[in-house]
Ligand binder design. Sequence first.
Ligand code: NAP
Length: 306
Amino acid sequence: MAVVYKRVALIGLGLIASSMFWAIKRGGLAGTVTGYARSAETRDTARQIGLCDQVCDTINDAVQDADLVVLCVPVGAMGAVAAQIAPYLKDGATVSDVGSVKRDVIEQVGPHLPASVAFIPAHPLAGTEHSGPTSGFAELFDNRWCLLVPADGTPAPAIAALRTLWEGIGCNVEEMDADHHDLVLAVTSHAPHLIAYTMVGVADDLRRVTDSEVIKYSAAGFRDFTRIAASDPTMWRDVFLTNKDATLEILGRFTEELFALQRAIRTGDGDHLHAYFTRTRAIRRGIIEAGQDTDAPDFGRAKLKP
Ligand code: NAP
């Protein structure tokens, strides 16, 4: 594959940035990749494991001369990081991010950036419950979606280059409006995470009553919830604080449906339950047919992480 950007800067060196780096190297997509993280500990770890061609001790060293700068920090930190890098950006550079929420990031980052750079927010729909510089792997994004959210008037060649990079990293790329993105992700990711956090919290309360039975007899459904509920607390706190409206909208609908199912159980309405579960089973089949998961009993996860 050909080099897409001569110099890429990754700001924040956690799961997403480290996976991007390994995938960029696998594909030969950049001449040089610089990296920066706020803590000396993360920078030292990155150097030890060969994460980035050059790990910089200051954020300005990392971004100056970069053709592409990708912000890979929690959503709530994007604005502050954009303010730090703005004076050092090269004219004609592209700034992007990987945040899980898009409208809030656009509002935080956009005002800090000079008119001479293109800002193209992005969100790769791939992750694990692990975080930090050692958690990344090149295959994380293979056959996953990456959504680009460019503003009107963004130069087409800048969008095309970022698309080529993400395709080289392994993603299928689509463009989407920011508000639509936030609503879709509230349904597919944010509300499910909150439900998993709640379910694990409830089970933890129960464990106090039944000793360790919840863990001992933990069935696959609950184990999947615990995996999701082990996700990074900072990242998920920021997701809910910044995608507030869409998440509350979906949780409202969820609560209504839950009440309807609760009533069906109480009144013995088996037809309602059966019809509901038949509809949801068809959705699962659709996801498998779309190639977004496998029908392996472990949801194919064993294949995702080497
Ligand atoms: P991560 O592994 O926890 O790494 C976060 C990085 O951001 C670390 O290098 C950390 O620096 C830095 N950081 C944390 N707080 C900061 C602050 N206040 N100011 C400056 N830097 C800060 O996180 P991640 O999973 O890679 O997530 C990064 C972004 O990707 C988030 O916006 C998230 O919404 C998005 N995303 C995540 C997933 C997922 O499943 N994990 C999927 C798609 C998108 P130190 O190490 O020095 O503390």
